[in-house]
Structures are given as structure tokens and as C-alpha cells.
Write a protein that binds this ligand. Structure first.
Ligand code: AMP
Ligand code: ZN
Length: 432
């Protein structure tokens, strides 16, 4: 039932004592990075400021902007030759935030994933099909090594190519899959097209759903279509990637591995910690990392701690399914997109006006993005060839930036309503 019983069920007081030691150790390590070395010195803080876990609040938060501003190596805490792997957040082809791992970091991360997968019921003998993008993003290699560590047979299928996914699943009797929830729904339409019933025509018993927010209703729908149990998997590249928090067989919130992460929930306006049970923004400090540990990293993900103990016996607290974001990042087909990326691209294209609107839709099981863009009046008179040409260019430029091909709708100046105050850039019409 447990991958590491002693750690997973550790007495809270023992766990917290171990956290304090790991925190102090981490503070010494991060002090060697350019960014924290400078910050700690300026603020006169360091390892000696920490006598108890609550002293973490003496330290400033770290944000994605800090990572971007000190790209690429400003946060690494070991000499470069000790780094063995780089990953990045999913989303942009430009300067995505990057994270670095030492060999030990990879081993610790792999073990966390093994712990998660074992907890959900995966075992040696399972055939695991990893339908996530391999490469820079973390969902591919992260899960891959965790599953191998358990001893499962791993099929590194990667993302997309639905017919091949289904064929692999059937040919090799896949028993466990890792999939983005919106893709799981899309894939079910391909089963329909092929006149196959995923419940009868495959052997999948377990699915891991991650990389994007999804509701309990959506999980239930996926479980119903496929007849498997679907477990919520949460993580972010800045904290390794997947393997941060994961559902146990009770499927009521995700255990967040507190031997590896110090967890805070803050009010995103006052930035003050809130008590357990109250909703806020998840903030995390790495406790085991060497290559690039982060202190009080603002995930911008909204959730709450579930204060009650879990019936499974694990003592690591649970967080509730992610409710949303405290910033304007949106996730489409598992890819993180900031409206600012789209704005920047658009503003560089001659002929494009100042107003645009991103509309997200769900048709059947297909999620899409339409970008409505105001362009110069001249494009609408006479020959519309120039308009078509501009549209093509915009699609290409945006695809290059966000990795997804959006639909583009070009409209006349002043036709997108301007609200009062801050411009509304995103309308999310994705419904259940
Ligand atoms: P990345 O840095 O590319 O790994 O993306 C991490 C972000 O993906 C997180 O901060 C969340 O916003 C989102 N995410 C990952 N897993 C989940 C999940 N299970 N539920 C909701 N959001 C998720
Ligand atoms: Zn549990």
C-alpha cells in the first residue's frame, strides 16, 4: 500500500522536525546562488534567521518574474558541471522559465513519482502508456522514470496521434495511462470514430490526469467513459514537475509531499498566510533540491489545505483540487499561456490595432482558442486578399509563440467592446 511507509505515515512532529533541518540545509545551499546570495545579503537574512518553520515568513517570496529576470543561470545553487538536466515550464517557445537538476535531484524526483504512482495502485507488471509531451516539459520524463522505478513496462508514447495511442493501448494491453484531461475527452471521440468502446476494448485500469485544472465532474465523466479510476496529479516545473501532490485511493484531495516541500497558503492580496482550511494561493519552498532550490515560490494556483487526517493513514496534508489562478495565466490543452505573450506578438505585426480578445471554447470534447483582433480599416475595403494574408501571418506568429494554432478573427477598429478599467483580455466559455 505504501511505497515508503515510514516517510508517508511519519508522525507530524517528526515530519516537521525533519522539515526544519531540511529548510536550514536548503537555506545554506540557496545562499550560493546569485539571486538568493544577493537577496539575503541585502535583507540581512539567512539560515540563522530560522529557528522554527514559521520563520519562513521572514523571507521574501520568489515569483516567475524573478526567474525570468535572472534567466538562465541566476538561480542555480551548484557549479554548472554538477547539473545534469534542464526542463522548462510548458507554454512558450521564447524565454520559458527554466529549471535545473543535479543527479540527486533527478533521483529524488523519480522517487516522489514512484511514491505517487504506487499510492494510486500502479505496480511492477503494469503496462504504462505515457501520453504526455516528452522533452522540455516535465510530464514526459518525470512520469517515465517514476514508472520505471516501480518496475512497470513503460510505453513512451508522447502526446497526440490519437489513432496510434489507441492502437498501442490495444496491442500491448496498456493498464495505466498518463493523460491531460481535455485530451482524454478528445480521445474518446476517436474511439467512437473507430467504433471501439474504451471500457470493453482496452485494459486500462488507472489513469493519471494532470497539467491542467479540471473539475470533479470532468473526472467523473472521464471515469465513466473509460471505466478506469482517474487520479488527479499536480505539479509545476519550478518544483520539479509532477509528483508534488497526488491523490490516494480515497480520491479526496491530493497529498502534498511535505518531506520535499514546505507548504504555505497565502491570501494573494495581503500576502499573509491563512489558516489551514482557508482558500488562498499555494506557496512552496523546496526542501530537497540541490540544483535550483526555490524559497517561498508563488505558484499562483488557488487551493486550500484539507485539515482533516486522511483515511489512508498518510500524514502529509492534502490540498484540494486546484480552483483557479491568482494571475491571468490560462491553460489550453495542457499548455500554459499568458495573454501578455499574445499581446506582445500582435503588437509587433504591422496593421494590427490595439485591441484584442481571447475567447476559449469547448465544442464537444474539443477545446479551442479564437483570438479576435482589431486591424486597420483599410483591410476591409476592396480586395480582401490583404486581410487573408494578414490573418495567415497572425496565425503563424501566434502558433510560433504559444505552440497551439489559434483561430483568428480579424475585425474592424473599435468593434471589440472596451470595458471600464482594466481591459478584459480573456473570455473562457469552456463549460463542462
Ligand atoms: P508547468 O510549469 O508547465 O509544469 O505548469 C504548472 C502549472 O500547471 C501549475 O502551476 C498549475 O497551474 C497547472 N497544473 C498542473 N497540474 C495541475 C492539476 N492537476 N490541476 C490543476 N492545474 C494543474
Ligand atoms: Zn490519503
Amino acid at each position: 500500500m505504501y511505497w515508503e511507509k515510514e516517510i508517508e505515515t511519519m508522525d507530524r512532529s517528526k515530519l516537521e522536525a525533519a522539515q526544519l533541518i531540511a529548510l536550514q540545509d536548503t537555506l545554506i545551499k540557496v545562499g550560493k546562488s546569485y539571486y538568493y546570495g544577493k537577496t539575503f545579503q541585502e535583507k540581512g537574512i539567512g539560515v540563522s534567521s530560522v529557528k522554527s518553520l514559521s520563520d519562513i515568513t521572514k523571507f521574501p517570496f520568489t515569483t516567475k518574474d524573478d526567474l525570468r529576470e535572472h534567466w538562465p543561470y541566476g538561480f542555480t545553487a551548484v557549479p554548472k558541471d554538477e547539473l545534469v538536466r534542464m526542463h522548462s515550464s510548458s507554454g512558450t517557445t521564447g524565454r520559458a522559465t527554466v529549471v535545473f537538476h543535479t543527479a540527486k535531484d533527478i533521483a529524488v524526483w523519480t522517487n516522489l513519482l514512484a511514491r505517487c504512482l504506487y499510492m494510486a495502485g500502479m505496480r511492477k507488471g503494469d503496462v504504462f502508456q505515457n501520453m504526455m509531451t516528452y522533452g522540455l516539459f516535465t510530464g514526459g520524463l518525470g512520469f517515465h522514470y517514476g514508472a520505471e522505478k516501480i518496475g512497470a513496462l513503460v510505453i513512451p508514447a508522447g502526446a497526440g496521434n490519437s489513432k496510434r495511442q489507441i492502437q498501442l493501448m490495444r496491442d500491448f494491453a496498456t493498464t495505466a495511462v498518463h493523460v491531460i484531461p481535455s485530451y482524454a475527452l478528445h480521445l474518446s471521440t476517436v474511439f467512437d470514430e473507430l467504433n471501439l468502446d474504451p471500457r470493453k476494448d482496452t485494459s486500462v485500469k488507472i489513469a493519471f490526469l494532470g497539467a491542467e485544472p479540471h473539475t470533479e465532474k470532468m473526472r467523473k465523466k472521464i471515469e465513466e467513459i473509460y471505466g478506469y479510476k482517474a487520479f488527479n496529479s499536480y505539479g509545476l516545473s519550478e518544483m520539479n514537475g509532477p509528483g508534488v501532490a497526488f491523490e490516494c485511493p480515497y480520491q479526496d484531495g491530493m497529498h502534498i509531499w511535505e518531506d520535499s516541500f514546505l507548504v504555505e497558503i497565502i491570501n494573494s492580496k495581503t500576502l499573509q498566510p491563512v489558516p489551514d482550511g482557508e482558500e488562498g494561493e499555494l506557496v512552496m519552498t523546496s526542501l530537497q533540491k540541490e540544483g535550483m532550490p526555490l524559497i517561498r515560490y508563488r505558484t499562483k494556483d488557488l487551493t486550500r489545505i484539507i485539515p482533516e487526517p486522511c483515511a489512508c493513514g498518510r500524514t502529509h496534508r492534502r490540498i484540494e483540487r486546484i480552483k483557479g489562478r491568482s494571475d491571468d495565466m490560462l491553460i489550453l490543452k495542457g499548455v500554459n499561456i499568458f495573454p501578455m505573450q499574445i499581446e506582445k506578438k500582435l503588437m509587433d505585426i504591422p496593421g494590427v490595432g490595439t485591441n484584442f480578445l481571447i475567447i476559449l471554447t469547448r465544442e464537444g470534447y474539443n477545446d479551442d482558442m479564437t483570438v479576435k483582433v482589431e486591424v486597420g480599416k483599410q483591410y476591409f475595403s476592396g480586395d480582401l486578399k490583404q486581410l487573408e494574408k494578414l490573418k495567415k501571418k497572425i496565425i503563424e506568429e501566434l502558433k510560433g509563440e504559444i505552440l497551439i494554432t489559434p483561430k483568428v478573427d480579424l475585425v474592424e477598429p473599435d468593434s471589440i467592446p472596451k470595458g471600464e478599467g482594466k481591459a478584459v483580455r480573456v473570455v473562457d466559455n469552456r463549460k463542462e
